[in-house]
Design a protein around this ligand. Structure first.
Ligand code: NAP
Length: 257
């Protein structure tokens, strides 16, 4: 149905686990060549190896996307191995919890540094290569938390995820003449290592308030990312896609009874 993406070079940040690993695998299945980025080089290597075992093409890169040196190394590796960058999935993110009264400046800065500054740095580092293709694609992993909802302990996280959308809207205008689109996926609660580390009780309480009565899968997010990367989605830019099993919809708990 959609034109093939085979051969496209895709950089996926935060691809050693969770949603990023799901995105990396899905793009590899679609024939893309994937740069798997995470701070842990060993974990990234295992994902790249898995992709290769399944018949795909991937390289691991150990890089901290919150730093200029990290994103430069990431872009250089993709260029060296795959000849350029067609698609960036800026997915890496962290979500430590701290209530505002007890939150240190360092904790606030860390979340902003990875989630928001890391998004800016990743996009800026890949921009020259995305521009060369004339049909570049940038897909951000934001969240419903911040843009749509709040949750005690995640004021810094929510601000970083809403901040990604503010960044995206101006980026979409700046990049449109370059043929580059930039869009954001807003996941609800997705079963990943990161989310499951919050505990079984948290996961169960979330599943209970989702109309579809289950957490999302990484494939649910990866499929949405793949759609934004297609030729056919080329007229969509600066937009958000909520992928949450309907979690935002109920007006009150009674709506789910
Ligand atoms: P996860 O399971 O904790 O995985 C996070 C990934 O990001 C790992 O590969 C991690 O590897 C990498 N990472 C973290 N900091 C990094 C840095 N500074 N530089 C490079 N890589 C870094 O998280 P997830 O649940 O898949 O979440 C992925 C994204 O989806 C995040 O942006 C998150 O905010 C968003 N999201 C998740 C959910 C959910 O329900 N899971 C919901 C809404 C939004 P290393 O630790 O080795 O660096």
């Amino acid at each position: 149905m959609f034109a093939s993406l085979a051969g496209r070079s895709v950089v996926v940040t935060g691809a050693s686990k969770g949603i990023g690993r799901g995105i990396a695998r899905r793009f590899a299945e679609a024939g893309c060549r994937v740069t798997v980025v995470a701070r842990s080089g060993e974990a990234a290597r295992l994902v790249a190896e898995d992709i290769a075992t399944a018949g795909g093409a991937a390289i691991p890169v150990a890089a901290d996307i919150g730093t200029e040196a990290g994103v430069a190394a990431m872009a250089e590796a993709a260029i060296a191995h795959f000849g350029g960058i067609d698609i960036l999935c800026a997915n890496a993110g962290i979500f430590p919890a701290a209530k505002i009264g007890e939150m240190s400046v360092a904790e606030f800065d860390e979340v902003m540094g990875v989630n928001l500054r890391g998004t800016f740095l990743s996009v800026r580092a890949c921009l020259p290569e995305l521009t060369k293709t004339g049909r570049g694609r940038i897909i951000l992993t934001s969240s419903i938390t911040g843009p749509n909802t709040g949750y005690p302990g995640w004021s810094h996280y929510g601000a970083s995820k809403a901040g990604q959308l503010g960044f995206m809207r101006t980026a979409a205008i700046e990049f449109a003449p370059l043929g580059i689109t930039i869009n954001a996926i807003l996941p609800g609660n997705i079963a990943t290592e990161g989310l499951l580390s919050l505990g079984a009780e948290y996961a169960a309480s979330m599943a209970a308030c989702i109309p579809m009565k289950r957490l999302g899968s990484v494939a649910d997010i990866a499929n949405a990312a793949l759609f934004f990367a297609t030729e056919e989605a080329g007229y969509i830019t600066g937009q958000t896609l909520v992928v949450d099993g309907g979690q935002l919809l109920p007006e009150s708990p009674a709506a789910l009874e």
